[in-house]
Design a binder for this molecule. Structure first.
Ligand code: CP
Length: 303
């Protein structure tokens, strides 16, 4: 694997290998944390959009492997003087990183950087536009596997602002490859995906219908930063229809898992009771994120 840019281009074998590597790293943790071969190698985080989980998780993962980490922040950088994304990338690349982790609001922005990458420089997409967030989808699959044993045969709901969610796209692609039985999508009509859907993804008109008998319920944040007319949003109305609460949870299978990639807007897409309840895997997703990102880094650098 040269870069990790999306879930679409991952073969089933690569996907299973990454998940197994994460499992081995977690099982060996903390004794097997530092890899001598990665000592003093450099990861640069280049984030053009806000992030808590992804940026810090990549930093923690790299440091746990013995790497050095540099964080680029747009504020205070030459991007404020008009430097383009490509020129900034080439500038950072001239300082010889081994991995560059990038996030950007435009579809294809990070993927396109791969054509400028020197030999030995690996690019990881940490979220771009509405299309791709591969490490989050890997974390979600890893978390489901850990709790349920396997993704195979599960009925998985993805609910909320599907249209603007790169997490939804990456999860649909990846969970289908891993053998989910059904991927049920639901949300306000204006925020449902347009055009063709992967074979396993079906649209449900209400959250209640989608959740009926479901094994995994993945709630999504409203992506305010990608919606033009947020002033027209009626959040109380949205919450009445799409907030995951105990009444809706009672319709799911007895052992259902509640997930959310974060950040959470409590009371909008999920209630406190569900976010903090015994079926919530939200903090496990974050903890697993470090192991999965250690696996991504190790796989890219140790091939
Ligand atoms: N899930 C996710 O991408 O969170 P951050 O925006 O905090 O990185």
């Amino acid at each position: 694997m040269r870069h990790l840019l999306d879930t679409r281009s991952l073969s089933l074998a690569q996907l299973q290998d990454l998940l197994e590597t994460a499992r081995v790293i977690e099982t060996g943790w903390p004794s097997a944390r530092l890899q001598d071969s990665l000592r003093d190698r450099l990861l640069i985080n280049m984030f053009y959009e806000a992030s808590t989980r992804t940026r810090i998780s990549f930093e923690v993962a790299a440091k746990r492997l013995g790497m050095q980490v540099v964080n680029f922040a747009v504020t205070g950088s030459a991007a404020e003087k008009g430097e383009t994304l490509v020129d900034t990338f080439l500038t950072l690349q001239a300082m010889a990183p081994d991995i560059l982790v990038g996030r950007h609001s435009d579809n294809g922005a990070i993927t396109d950087l791969a054509q400028y990458a020197d030999e030995g420089v690996h690019i990881v997409c940490a979220g771009e536009g509405t299309r791709s967030h591969p490490s989050q989808a890997l974390i979600d699959a890893y978390t489901i596997q850990k709790i349920k044993g396997s993704v195979k045969g599960l009925k998985i709901v993805i609910a909320g602002d599907i249209l603007h969610s790169r997490v939804a796209v990456s999860n649909i692609e990846l969970l289908a490859k891993l053998g989910a039985a059904e991927i049920r999508l639901c949300g306000p009509t204006a925020w449902l995906p347009r055009g063709s859907l992967p074979g396993l993804a079906g649209i449900y008109e209400t959250l209640e219908e989608a959740v009926l008998g479901a094994d995994v319920i993945m709630m999504l944040r409203i992506q305010h930063e990608r919606i033009r007319q947020t002033s027209e949003l009626d959040l109380p109305e949205y919450a009445r229809n799409w907030c995951f609460n105990s009444r809706v949870a009672n319709l799911a299978s007895d052992n259902h898992v509640v997930m959310h990639p974060g950040p959470i807007n409590r009371g909008v897409e999920i209630t406190d009771e569900m976010a903090d309840g015994p079926r919530s895997a939200i903090h496990q997703q974050i903890a697993n994120g470090v192991f999965v990102r250690m696996a991504i880094i190790s796989t890219l650098l140790n091939q």
